[in-house]
Design a protein around this ligand. Sequence first.
Ligand code: ASP
Length: 454
Amino acid sequence: MKVCKFGGTSLASAQQLEKVANIIRKDKSRKIVVVSAPGKRYDGDTKVTDLLITLSSAALAGADIDGPLAKVLERYKQITDELGLEDGVMATVKQDFLERLSSDTSNPVLFSDRLKAGGEDNSARVLAAYLNDMGMGSEYINPQEAGLLLSDFPERARVLPQSYGRLASLRQKESICVFPGFFGFTETGALRTFERGGSDITGSILAAAVKAELYENFTDVDCVFAANPKIVENPIEIQQMTYREMRELSYAGFSVFHDEALMPAFKEAIPVCIKNTNNPDAPGTMIVAERSHSQNPVTGISAADGFSTLYVSKYLMNREIGFGRKLLQILEDEEISYEHIPSGIDNLSVILRNHQLAADKEERIINRVKTELEADDVHIRGGFSMVVLVGEGMNHTVGLAARATDAIARTGANIEMINQGSSEVSLVFGVLKHDEEKILKELYKEFFSPAYIH
Ligand code: ASP
């Protein structure tokens, strides 16, 4: 049995749903299908999830909802009309959104979660109806009835372990199960969503629960590339990589697969294949537990901006017991998680994601570190990017770090931070954001262009 997940662009229009149906028809083992909400049809289009966020904000602000609601309904109407589905399908979709809108608004985040989830829920209803019309017996699956239980964190819920046992019974279904991605329910029956892009996570949970032979993740690119094709011209296609490599690459910008989605598949050792709905015959990229070592120790290079550093120095820091714990406690009090902590003898930097910071938080952190930890110098600086070289086998390759730093030196950029060692499969460089692109290009040249491959 295979679990297939189709992303937003695969469900963006009637033509795309036809492709999805063909893909499912071609392989009888594709028995569980997870769907996203309709995504962008063209550059500059708006995803249904974003339309729903606008709708929910309007509803919460007491503003006019007719305009934003019409935009959402129009997307489904166009799809159901063009597929020739009977009117009852669209009537159910409309009724569902009206019910979500009339639900309790006293907790805005939960209200917004309920509205956002409507994107995938109705996408699943429409696809199930269409597959049935095409004579492919299928069934819309309600995640609550199926038992997808989540923790009580709005917008970033996590799966509860008992879900796996409950969802396993989907294996017994005769029909093709169409399961909406992105959301589930708490033990008390309240709807919660995963992070954005979270339908990948639903697919992985289902694949693990039914012990699928393969989790196919259909998107709009043929494979995972060794570097961002928007920056590097014609990067090579990665045919096979390990879960760990994918995790490291998605950490810094490879958005083709949600990083939280790896864990369920990894735990059950279910291979994941990234495939293209628009070119389903392309082999795609396989993500597996172990792979044979390739000649090139580097599998891919990712880069992402949006990082800041909290720099702290204090004379004799290395001898002060509990210094690190106290510093991290201050961050915990501000609900901030950290990314890396490169350290010297009398100083350390904590690398943070910008989106967790705000001017008032920064001020409180700096004041507390100065007064409570009696630091000599404390400051927070933004504008950093992380460039990450990823590859199993990198650790055993002599001279690899030297080649990487040489390549970066050729760009004239300064390396602000290096982190190697804690992870066996990656080498992380903290650089200034404005140097990110040229560094990525030069590293790609160093490790992937034939003229440079050593
Ligand atoms: N529709 C949701 C989003 O746009 C979830 C997903 O597509 O995976 O983030």
